[in-house]
Design a protein. Structure first.
Length: 215
């Protein structure tokens, strides 16, 4: 019981570490949907481990209705996990989340198909996953890594890495800048890059046609 109370208090206290808008414990307890979703999940997961599957799923669906956050009761969530805003967050059944993880709205921690067994990602300690990111598949996001907003991650990420883009690419690892840092407003745009390629090809074709006309 003491351990459970300590866990619930940690779920509240981490909000003050991550969100400067938090003013009081009362405000966090009654108005933060991320806290409500995690608390509901902890109870649903307790039931799931005891094979009370229907009630566990029912609680998770009620929580989803009220918070907009869907966490499968089979998922494992560690200590001091902070879901900020949270609307649209989806966490799959075999997902494992470590301690001190921050997840923003619209994040999906999902699978890639109908495979059985472990099919969702493992998120190690001190990871940040920014708004709208999708982490899909059974692999590990290493500790102290950061996933940029809107990124789609389909393969393993080593510790101390920053990933951006579609598909996600490592741009910083162990403090060494590989491409560019985590700037949410400067994510790679593959459509724009392709249009630029086509524009260059058209220019080359026009130049070739002009040469043929003058020859």
């Amino acid at each position: 019981m003491k351990r459970m109370i300590r866990t619930l208090l940690n779920d509240v206290d981490v909000v003050f570490d991550q969100d400067p808008a938090a003013r009081s414990r009362m405000e966090v307890i009654f108005t933060y949907s991320g806290v409500h979703a995690i608390w509901s999940h902890r109870f649903a997961h307790w039931l799931w481990k005891r094979r009370i599957f229907f009630l566990a799923r029912f609680i998770s669906q009620v929580s989803r209705f009220f918070t907009g956050i869907e966490i499968h009761p089979g998922a494992v969530i560690g200590q001091r996990v902070f879901i900020d805003h949270g609307m649209g967050v989806v966490i799959g059944e075999t997902c494992e989340i470590g301690d001190h993880v921050t997840i923003y709205q619209g994040v999906t921690l999902g699978g890639t198909g109908k495979e059985k067994g472990k099919r969702h990602p493992t998120i190690e300690d001190h990871v940040l996953i920014a708004s709208g990111a999708k982490v899909l598949g059974s692999f590990t996001i290493g500790q102290h890594s950061r996933i940029g907003a809107g990124s789609v991650v389909l393969k393993e990420v080593p510790p101390n890495s920053t990933v951006v883009g579609i598909p996600g690419k490592i741009v910083v690892q162990d403090g060494i800048k590989i491409e560019h840092g985590l700037n949410h407003h400067q994510l790679p745009d593959p459509i724009a890059d392709k249009l630029k390629e086509l524009e260059e090809e058209i220019k080359e074709l026009k130049a070739a046609l002009k040469q043929q006309e003058h020859s």
